[in-house]
Ligand binder design. Structure first.
Ligand SMILES: NC(=O)c1ccc[n+]([C@@H]2O[C@H](COP(=O)([O-])OP(=O)(O)OC[C@H]3O[C@@H](n4cnc5c(N)ncnc54)[C@H](O)[C@@H]3O)[C@@H](O)[C@H]2O)c1
Length: 276
């Protein structure tokens, strides 16, 4: 997208961390910003902060894993802002920290429902609106470095599964949305200084209710020394303007992604060497 001033954006997980960083950057660029989140009090505080920055802002309390909530949000955004152009499927939870042979059905349902289901719900609710306006737009899906390599796992198997899915989904969207002049970015951060290590605070009762991860210390240490989420927000804004598919934040993780690709290429070399 070339011009963002006056354009409407919807950001899930907008009350905290990376989503709030995006909202600050978007408001500073003159966009109308709807932030959506499951946590009511931080959502109100974020809305007040964005309005104080001079932004036209709307706060929507919802659960991204609830399809009805997301469709209602799209109607609300259309009613209040008129047109919508940018969709940021950003809300995400880190999982329960258990090895994959020890997780239960609710562990799967929660992370799949929020990280992957929430993104699918965002696309289903907002793409018809963005397409119908005929003015183009942009989708940003927040994946992770965990969407590009599975090691080190650290009990993150479900999280890794959802984030790999988001990278594939984003790559598949590119050609489907190109005819509508809707660009796609997939954000793949390493550690960012947010409250992600306390994601269990938001687990709804139907998925087992709130909890604190036993290994939260390791994640907390990583997050607390992580990148400033406001800087991530600014880089997302740039990526929308430049229509960049991949948004990386941490060059130091390159080696692990290379190792994975080299292992895949080695498997191709092996099959090429077979005389069949
Ligand atoms: N912080 C990191 O180091 C890091 C690294 C890679 C990827 N990410 C991804 O960044 C995204 C944002 O996370 P963050 O780091 O800013 O963490 P955060 O916890 O600070 O923010 C996430 C927000 O999502 C909201 N949320 C959680 N479940 C929700 C639901 N069901 N419906 C609506 N809102 C919900 C939370 O209330 C919170 O405000 C996530 O997708 C996460 O996986 C974070």
């Amino acid at each position: 997208m070339e011009h963002l001033k006056g354009k409407g954006a919807f950001i899930t997980g907008g009350a905290s961390g990376i989503g709030l960083g995006m909202a600050r950057a978007f408001v500073s660029a003159g966009m109308k910003v709807a932030i959506a989140d499951i946590e009511a009090a931080p959502l109100k505080a974020a809305e007040a902060e964005l309005k104080a920055l001079g932004g036209e802002c709307l706060a929507i309390h919802l659960d991204v894993s609830d399809r009805g909530d997301m469709h209602e949000a799209a109607h609300t955004c259309e009613a209040v802002f008129g047109k919508m152009h940018v969709l940021c499927n950003n809300a995400g939870v880190g999982g329960t920290g258990k090895p994959l042979d020890q997780v239960d059905d609710k562990d799967w349902d929660w992370a799949m429902g929020v990280n992957l289901g929430g993104t699918i719900n965002g696309l289903q609710a907002f793409l018809p609106l963005i397409k119908s306006q005929g003015e183009g737009g942009h989708v940003v899906n927040t994946a992770s470095m965990s969407g590009l390599r599975a090691y080190p796992n650290r009990g993150q198997g479900i999280y890794i599964t959802t984030k790999f899915a988001l990278v594939g989904l984003s790559e598949a969207l590119v050609s489907d949305l190109a005819p509508h002049n809707i660009g796609v970015s997939v954000l793949c951060p390493g550690f960012v200084n947010t409250a992600i290590y306390k994601a269990g605070r938001n687990r709804p009762d139907r998925y087992g209710g709130p909890f604190a991860r036993e290994d939260g210390g390791m994640l907390a240490d990583g997050a607390k020394t992580g990148m400033d989420p406001n800087l991530v927000g600014e880089w997302v804004l740039e990526a929308i303007l430049d229509n960049k598919l991949y948004i990386m934040t941490h060059d130091g993780e390159r080696g692990m992604v290379e190792d994975r690709h080299n292992a895949i290429m080695a498997a191709f070399d092996e099959v090429a060497a077979r005389e069949v």
